[in-house]
Design a protein around this ligand. Structure first.
Ligand SMILES: [Fe+2]
Length: 401
């Protein structure tokens, strides 16, 4: 259990539904400074228990942030030499990546996970998306960039930077504020690290590659929100935007016979045993991919290792859900929604916490590349490795060792 008590509480994010209206509402309900928890039972404010002023603010914020156009989808057509494809390199033949999803909550737990990520001394860090509650300028500042918010009493939380670079995928919560803070405030602080300074991440998608591997990070979130209220009836499908598809064709030149191991990263999941599946991006990618891929995603707040799966005429993937970075971690329901998607491992241990929540453990993934070999350790908030796997690539095919 983290020792710091000056950051945000998990209870204010517990059972947060995946709707923009509730995200705006719940952020109004959070107290303006950390609670004193010793010896008390912490309760989340009921929706009706906060002031009319907060309710008015909720309505105003929701309307102002959600009406109007989304931020323009940025690509690499105007970025000079930067085409979004970067050399994946480390030291002495080893590359280390620390990967976390749904981390930017500003909680004590997010801070603790960040400290563990730093201890791994990663060459790169990658966030799989979601800045809570709605990814606006203030929340990007205090929950991701470590900027103090004078209007509340919480300590800010800073994303750990890699020695060679740091990147962030887009999440649906960033799009709840139409993506402006993500594209204009967060991405300029990320990207490759040159002479000790981040040069800026210029789009929400990118590729890190070497002679053996290609990590392709996608934006499934840009098309995961729709018009206010209408989106509740007609669900957006997380389709990959056309400029991204064009980049895959023309710049990445991704082909089914690529001899390197393909690793995909996205915010939304391709398949899920527990929640919705987003199969449209996988269908869009099918012409480019010839072997089963490792696919890391977040969005669901749990850690789960899937057996190889795929929908008919779609790519086959070994799904790895690592959306347990900073949100209250959901435990597996007794009856999964999609029992056909089998899991090899799910971390369903109860996390002891002083907020009386029945939740699982937060954590992150450590990826270590050595030539054609990739080791992935899934680490919990106490630093314990709860699952490990080693993969070898040969002529584009992945084999587990
Ligand atoms: Fe999400």
């Amino acid at each position: 259990m983290p020792s710091s008590k000056s950051r945000k509480d998990l209870i204010d994010l517990h059972r947060l539904s995946r709707t923009p209206a509730e995200a705006y509402l719940r952020r109004q309900a959070r107290p303006s400074s950390p609670r004193r928890k010793a010896g008390t039972i912490v309760k989340r404010p009921l929706l009706g228990s906060f002031s009319p002023m907060h309710q008015a603010k909720w309505v105003t914020e929701y309307v102002v942030h959600r009406l109007g156009h989304r931020h323009a989808f940025l690509d690499y057509s105007q970025t000079g030499d930067d085409n979004g494809i970067y050399r994946l390199e480390g030291h002495h033949g080893e590359v280390r990546i620390a990967l976390a999803g749904d981390w930017a909550t500003g909680t004590d737990e997010a801070h603790e996970v960040a400290q563990l990520m730093k201890r791994y001394q990663p060459h790169y860090t990658i966030h799989l998306g979601d800045v809570y509650f709605v990814g606006d300028v203030t929340e990007v500042g205090e929950n991701f960039l470590g900027i103090n918010n004078e209007e509340n009493g919480y300590e800010p939380c800073a994303w750990p930077m890699g020695s060679h670079g740091s990147f962030a995928l887009n999440g649906n919560h960033e799009m709840y504020a139409l993506g402006y803070a993500y594209f204009d405030h967060m991405l300029p602080k990320l990207g490759l690290c040159v002479d000790g300074k981040q040069v800026g991440q210029h789009a929400s998608f990118f590729c890190l590659e070497n002679d053996h591997w290609r990590i392709i990070a996608l934006d499934t979130a840009f098309n995961s929100v729709g018009w206010p209220m209408i989106e509740y009836f007609s669900k957006p499908d997380a389709r990959l935007p056309e400029p991204l598809m064009q980049w895959l064709r023309d710049e990445v030149q991704l082909r089914p016979d690529d001899p390197r191991g393909i690793i995909l990263m996205s915010h939304q999941q391709y398949v899920s045993r527990f929640e919705d599946c987003f199969d449209v991006p996988a269908r869009q990618l099918a012409p480019f991919i010839g072997h089963p891929v490792l696919w890391f995603w977040g969005h669901e707040h749990r850690m789960a290792i899937y057996e190889e799966a795929g929908l008919p005429d779609n790519i086959r993937a070994l799904g790895r859900c690592v959306g347990h970075g900073g949100m209250p971690v959901e435990l597996s329901p007794a009856k999964p929604r999609h029992p056909e998607y089998k899991v090899e491992f799910v971390d369903d241990r109860l996390y002891p916490n002083d907020e009386n929540l029945k939740i699982g453990y937060n954590g992150f993934a450590r990826m270590t590349f050595r030539g054609p070999q990739l080791s992935v350790d899934y680490v919990d908030i106490e630093g314990t490795v709860v699952f490990s796997e080693v993969w070898q690539v040969d002529k584009g095919a992945l084999t587990r060792r």
